[in-house]
Write a protein that binds this ligand. Sequence first.
Ligand SMILES: *Cc1c(COP(=O)(O)O)cnc(C)c1O
Ligand SMILES: [Zn+2]
Length: 418
Amino acid sequence: MALDALRCKECKTEYPLEALYVCERCFGPLEVVYSHDRIDDIDAARRRIMAGPQNIWRYAEFLPVASPPAPSLRASSRSGLPAGCTPLIRADRLAERLGLREVWVKNDAANPTHSFKDRVVAVAMARARELGFDVLACASTGNLANSVAANAAAAGLESYVFIPADLEEQKVLATGIYGTNLVKVNGNYDDVNRLCTELSGEYPWAFVNVNMRPYYAEGSKTLAYETAEQLGWKTPDRIVAPIASGSLFTKVARGFEEWLELGLIDGSIPTMNGAQAEGCSPVATAFAAGLDVCRPVKPNTIAKSLAIGNPADGPYALDLARQTGGSIDMVNDDEIRAGIRLLAETTGIFTETAGGTTAAVLAKLAQRKEIDPDECVVLYITGEGLKTLDAVRGSFESHQIEPSLAAFEATLPQSVRA
Ligand SMILES: *Cc1c(COP(=O)(O)O)cnc(C)c1O
Ligand SMILES: [Zn+2]
């Protein structure tokens, strides 16, 4: 396959495909560059992908791994927890509620550890093993720790996961159970990230989102590939997606761009709408102010998985939203709770606070009439509601009754009583 090099996003200096992530010359971030062969027979290429495994490795030729493994080994040798191929669901009742016609929900809570992070971890872990690492690590806002711990367990690797000490209990429990070395740091995500950057210089570990970040980031492209394949090899008109570091947001666009350049799909780069929580909105704030860079903030929001105060890919996310005619919006904690409920009531999908943020931003865009009713809109739901139960506590009523007909009927409104 056509894996070429790592290249600095700023000064374009090239580096070998190793555990490197920052440019020695200008401190810019490194990313993987490919030199794909031209695809002459589009139908054959599509058929080849469709015949692949039901997970992200059907796209192996577009991912930063040295060589595709034998088909029978694909799932097990790359990752014992097959990520991807999550449902893309036509959400007509949600669309109707918002005055739109064609809304799809990409439910990435259907991944093995219930968030989109299984995609990026699978790719980072595959590359880490190729580079000879046998310890996996990460700085996490919750879901990444969950995924690293589970994937390391499945692969028989040791792992160290670092999280802010105040994470949701559900996420902490669902991580520790895998037998990882779970380190709670007294500080926010940005403190955890700083510590892990320092540790990555001291220990020979693959920190999936630090020294393996260029490979990790490529995993998000599979969200775009899957969406295009599921829509019948075309791009949607608009994507609404959450932003923490901005990696998912920017790499999804890159995935569409790659396939458009290769002629594998029809359409154009979708309008890109980013979603942040008001309590941690460095990118949305910079967007509103017309700035090119983000000013770091101290997070205070129920959307803890998006709580990155100093987002590494913030400037690139700003650029992308502007270039595609999109925007980056923020919603407050009450709007996030309403977003969780809106999605649950209209689609049967229960998402975590990050998904509530994204759904609430879609509702806001629809309300502002920024979406043409005829557009094909895809909403990326990246995490599972059972991980952030506190966010919905007290948001609905229930009845507790004695086990009798009379007691039950007393709870019903007069109009429905038998
Ligand atoms: C990590 C995460 C994201 C996006 O993170 P980026 O750093 O912007 O790539 C979105 N949703 C959930 C639930 C996450 O855990
Ligand atoms: Zn550089």
